[in-house]
Design a protein around this ligand. Structure first.
Ligand code: CA
Length: 242
């Protein structure tokens, strides 16, 4: 593990390669137990990992160590995760998964539009983190273009289709799906969705979004019964992922 930081005395877990080769994940976390659990799970899933404990070590370190994704704790010594995420976003598209201690915090973070790729709340299961990391890397590596699987949105005809089969959406459902599909993997809050769907969303209740999502899912399921594409993010909102 050539990328372990000086002073990192934790034992090196046996490396297991995944069939896709090993992406390199940087874990920035000041709680050694959490960092160790994350690294164990990530490495056992075939990832290479490195570990930094301070926010202010990250930018310099990245200059000489290319990584594929960062798992970033918010409360860090030196430089907090929020500020670090902003700085990194200003210069790189490197995927960032933010780890926060409070689920209510996620809503506020989304409002700040930090550009993080996902948010995870403590206490999390390392297994869940690995699943999210894999999903993000899959998404990033999928080259968009003709023939990409997923839902095709035709703005002109207001028609959404899968494999050329029309989903037969209402105007509102089309708007809703269009927003979600525009940024796969991004979590949208209910108010962001309402804002985009209605000129004056204050007159609409949050559960209206839920009921439209329900109908939308039903229509998608008639064509693609075996997969979920519109995901609920507990306490926050929704995201689309093919
Ligand atoms: Ca912390």
């Amino acid at each position: 593990m050539e990328n372990r930081v000086p002073g990192d005395l934790s034992p090196v877990p046996e490396k297991i390669m995944s069939p896709t080769g090993s992406a390199h994940i940087l874990v920035v976390e000041d709680e050694p137990k959490i960092a160790a659990a994350l690294r164990d799970y990530l490495e056992n899933s075939g990832f290479d990992t490195s570990y930094l404990e301070r926010g202010d070590q990250v930018e310099d370190w990245l200059a000489t160590h290319p990584v594929d994704l960062i798992v970033l704790d918010l409360m860090l010594p030196g430089l907090d995760g929020l500020e670090l995420c902003k700085r990194l976003r200003a210069k790189t598209d490197l995927p960032i998964v933010i780890v926060t201690a409070r689920v209510e915090e996620i809503d506020r973070l989304l409002g700040l539009e930090l550009g993080a790729d996902d948010y995870i709340c403590k206490p999390f299961s390392p297994r869940e983190v690995v699943a999210r990391v894999k999903a993000i890397l899959r998404r990033i590596r999928a080259v968009p273009g003709p023939g990409v699987p997923g839902i095709a949105m035709d703005e002109k005809t207001q028609r959404a289709s899968v494999d050329d089969r029309n989903l037969d959406l209402s105007v509102v459902e089309f708007q809703l799906l269009k927003i979600l599909v525009s940024q796969p993997g991004r979590i949208f809050t209910r108010s962001q969705l309402m804002d985009a769907m209605y000129a004056d969303y204050r007159i609409v209740e949050a559960r209206t979004v839920d009921s439209h999502i329900k109908k939308l899912r039903k229509k998608i399921a008639t064509i693609v019964p075996d997969r979920e594409v519109v995901f609920s993010v507990y306490g926050v909102g929704y995201r689309y992922e093919w």
